[in-house]
Design a protein around this ligand. Structure first.
Ligand SMILES: [Ca+2]
Ligand SMILES: [Ca+2]
Length: 419
């Protein structure tokens, strides 16, 4: 049955080479049938074990998080309108974002200040920054939320940080300038890509020791573990390869477009997203075949929403949004000045955009305009800052801050907000 499906899928792909849209339509149909099959299985099991019906709570709201390296801040956005729910200052050179498993905390690795910002998702307030190693690049959180694992580009190690007692930091040497890492869902193993050494280093978290070094030629650049925890996917050279988590050996390899930089797995584990130098490629994980290829010149950051509905890609100041099979769903959005990472998650606090003050230049919404708000408005007018930093400065909502709008903001600062 699976073999049959494979043959029809591949045959269709070969017949339709170059006809990306028809392949997408086929792929979508096939993918939706797979999902329905999976849901029917789940439903069957639920009926067997869970009578009478249980009502599952509606999922928490989803927020989009973006680290803006040029302004050292975390943008928290409503993921459809891209309106800000919060703009949170973090340390210098923010890079990767990770969440505590219960969604109560966001962690941001700050490469320049060598710290990890810990942000409470209920009110977006800071706890104390956690010290990290040199040049923190990527981070993951243990499934119980007790530990952070951080790759340090300049100290050739993974830091194991105890969240409760961050002074007790353990460094595990993993190779030359490690980059991205992934953790198995049971928290036992870390898979760390070390591009300069052409290896993936496997760390046993309990022993805080390296247990294996896998040769992965062609400068591996990113790795993700499947939600079931059985397979890790690593991108390298022009390939994506499977690593069997139990055996810690390389499995199947698939040729993708050149320079694959990022990889992500859909939350249901059925699809794999590979961001290359020229495209976003969507791969079926069971067939291990490419379903769709969408041309794209963006390859810095990649995230999949927890509800499987959206894929976010960022490069420099631009954000691109796709549906689950890689079709663009919105025009590109210009956000931060220098986006370094994108993440999407369910959090405790609803992702409601803050209301826009009717007082000209009152960015914070407290009905007062202070000097910093005037400076922000001027910087938006000069194109040095994004409009989301102070939507109240754009009183006519045309997307720009004009001289007249600056004058209105200064007047509000001097004489108070108009009633
Ligand atoms: Ca204000
Ligand atoms: Ca305006």
């Amino acid at each position: 049955m699976r073999q049959q499906r494979l043959h029809s899928f591949i045959a269709f792909g070969q017949e339709n080479r170059g006809k990306r849209h028809s392949l997408s339509a086929f792929f979508l149909g096939w993918y939706q049938r797979s999902r329905i099959n999976r849901h029917l299985k789940t439903l069957g099991l639920a009926l067997l074990f869970l009578a009478p019906w249980k009502i599952t709570p509606s999922p928490a709201e989803i927020c989009l998080y973006i680290t803006d390296e040029s302004q050292n801040r975390l943008l928290v956005l409503e993921p459809e309108s891209f309106q800000p729910a919060a703009i949170v200052p973090v340390g210098d050179g923010p890079r990767a974002i990770a969440f505590s498993p219960d969604g109560s905390r966001i962690y941001v690795a700050n490469a320049v200040s060598r710290t990890i910002s810990a942000i409470d998702t209920r009110n977006f307030s800071h706890g104390r920054d956690l010290p990290s190693g040199r040049d923190p690049r990527d981070l993951v959180v243990s499934p119980n939320g007790a530990h952070l694992y951080v790759t340090n580009g300049s100290s050739d190690a993974v830091s194991i940080i105890d969240v409760a007692t961050p002074a007790k930091r353990v460094e595990v040497p993993v190779g030359n300038a490690p980059r991205n890492l992934a953790i198995t869902p049971d928290g036992r193993f870390l898979f760390v890509v070390v591009p300069l050494d052409n290896i993936v280093t496997v760390v046993d978290t309990a022993a805080a020791a390296v247990v294996r070094r896998l040769n992965v030629p062609g400068g591996p650049s990113d790795i993700e573990v499947s939600p079931e925890g059985t397979t890790a996917y690593v991108v390298h050279a022009s390939q994506v390869s499977e690593i069997d988590v139990a055996d810690q050996t390389l499995g199947r390899s698939l040729r993708v477009a050149s320079s694959p930089r990022r990889v992500a797995v859909s939350p249901d584990g059925l699809l794999l997203y590979v961001l290359t130098g020229s495209s976003l490629q969507v791969i079926d994980t069971s067939l291990f075949a490419i379903g769709t290829t969408t041309p794209l010149k963006a390859s810095r950051a990649l995230a999949v929403s927890p509800n499987n509905r959206r894929v976010y890609v960022a490069q420099a100041s631009d954000l691109y949004v796709f549906d689950e099979i890689g079709r663009p769903v919105a025009p590109q959005v210009t956000l931060g000045k220098l986006i370094s990472d994108v993440a999407v998650a369910n959090v405790e606090r609803g992702c409601n955009p803050a209301p826009v003050s009717t007082c000209p230049g009152d960015c914070s919404g407290d009905r007062q305009v202070d000097i910093n708000e005037i400076i922000t408005a001027v910087r938006i007018a000069l194109d040095d800052e994004i409009l989301l930093a102070c939507r109240a400065a754009d009183t006519d909502r045309d997307g720009h801050v004009s001289i007249d709008e600056l004058v209105a903001a200064v007047r509000a600062a001097l004489t108070g907000c108009p009633r």
